[in-house]
Design a protein around this ligand. Structure first.
Ligand SMILES: Cc1ncc(COP(=O)(O)O)c(C=O)c1O
Length: 399
């Protein structure tokens, strides 16, 4: 057959030219390649709670093995509503406002696809969780970044400039994404900050999309506030959450959105055609997980505080300048003391020659130069794993 494909024709969507594969997931592959201690990707290396695993096994054994209702099994949606009410004071109707997705990853992209049109802008705080950039592009929107400025001391806070944020809002702004507690910075947005954002959302008629996947991982008395509970925000907020981090089951791929009925309906349509539904037996196990007693959440946060306080002194000792997280399970660090030209060459040296995998800071910024002297450590690991990393980091000479 004659070759009818011309050189100028490409089979690729122009959208995929605007982003790369995930650097975070690539670092896990590199950790495996070099046999490095993996402190890059945010997944626990310790077992998930036994009762949740049993609930999943029971669900499979009792033949919950076919498609669940596309927007989520009734038992899981009821459990999500009860949990959101109990922990955050969000009152949600499981029948019209909750949509179960394949992880909060799918919850975010389904939401953006459901609300964005070409030409819309989505405001994102920077440094940002990697997915938000590609998610915005895939949904046809343009991300607009607002800087979170690093603290000047180990115990300081990441802050943003209210005037700069105000200037980012305009008639084409569709939504603002807020991730609190925050990956990668560990920032927990304060009530004053959320109120400032709330006022702008109301003034400019903008939707808030909040990624609250680390809601239970808080330190030093930090308090998590759900944007949807602020006056005037319930009807303009999509709250995203999931099982991955709270129950140490990142491979289960169960997450959800809570949104006002009209928006929930649009999210459900997108979600149905994207994935049909999240794994049915794991949804039943999720319902059991969400009913865990209060002590479970206290132990979870305590365990992570212990890991944070175990790793950070070792990082300081090795020469990293650390920014102490108030929530989530990452430490952002400054690597200037090592004298490397950029974070990518430093990260490569670390994984290949020292045997520790971390995430280069540039993957959290639009302009790689902004993250060129930062790397992120994940400490959702056993103390032995953190010790093994600390031991290896001793070989790291300062520049
Ligand atoms: C801020 C944030 N959102 C979402 C995710 C992914 O969550 P899920 O496993 O529910 O898709 C992660 C994972 O690291 C994350 O850090």
């Amino acid at each position: 057959m004659a070759n009818v494909v011309t050189q100028s024709k490409t089979f690729l969507s122009s959208k995929v030219g605007y982003f790369t594969e995930s650097v975070i997931r690539e670092m896990t592959r590199q950790a495996m390649l070099y046999g490095a201690v993996n402190l890059s990707q945010g997944f626990p290396d310790f077992p998930a709670p036994a009762e949740i695993k049993l609930a999943a096994q029971d669900a499979i054994a009792s033949d919950v093995n076919q498609y669940a209702i596309t927007w989520g099994s009734k038992s899981l949606r009821n459990a999500i509503a009860a949990h959101a009410q109990r922990h955050q004071g969000i009152k949600a109707d499981p029948d019209t406002e909750i949509t179960v997705c394949c992880g909060s990853t799918e919850a975010m992209i389904s939401t953006l696809l459901a609300v964005c049109n070409a030409g819309d802008e989505v405001i994102v705080f920077e440094p940002f969780y990697e997915n938000y950039g590609p998610d915005s592009v895939l949904s046809g929107a343009k991300p607009r970044f607002i800087k979170l400025r690093p603290p000047t001391s180990l115990d300081g806070e990441w802050t943003f400039d209210g005037q700069e944020l105000r200037a980012a809002f305009h008639e084409h702004t569709k939504a603002i994404i807020i991730n609190t507690p925050n990956n990668p910075t560990g920032k927990v947005f304060t009530r004053e900050e959320l109120e400032l954002i709330r006022d702008l959302c109301v003034e400019f008629n903008v939707l808030a999309i909040t990624d609250e996947i680390y809601e239970h991982i808080l330190y030093d008395g930090a308090e998590h506030i759900s944007m949807a509970t602020l006056d005037g925000m319930r009807e303009r907020t999509v709250t995203i959450n999931g099982l991955s981090k709270t129950y140490s089951v990142t491979g289960w791929r169960v997450g959800w959105t809570i949104a006002p009925p009209l928006i929930a309906n649009a999210i459900r349509k997108v979600h149905d055609f994207l994935t049909v539904g999240a794994p049915a037996p794991l949804q039943e196990a999720g319902a059991a997980a969400l009913a865990m007693p209060e002590t479970y959440y206290q132990k979870l946060a305590d365990g992570y505080r212990q890991r944070r306080d175990h790793l950070m002194p070792a990082l300081v000792e090795a020469g990293f300048r650390c920014f102490r997280p108030r929530g989530a399970y990452y430490v952002m660090t400054d690597i200037a003391a090592f004298g490397f030209a950029d974070d990518v060459s430093f990260t490569h040296h670390l994984v290949k020659n020292i045997g520790v995998a971390v995430v280069p800071g540039s993957s959290f910024y639009l302009d790689p130069a902004d993250g060129a002297q930062q790397v992120r450590f994940a400490f959702c690991k056993r103390l032995e794993t953190l010790d093994a990393a600390a031991e290896r980091l001793k070989a790291l000479g300062r520049g």
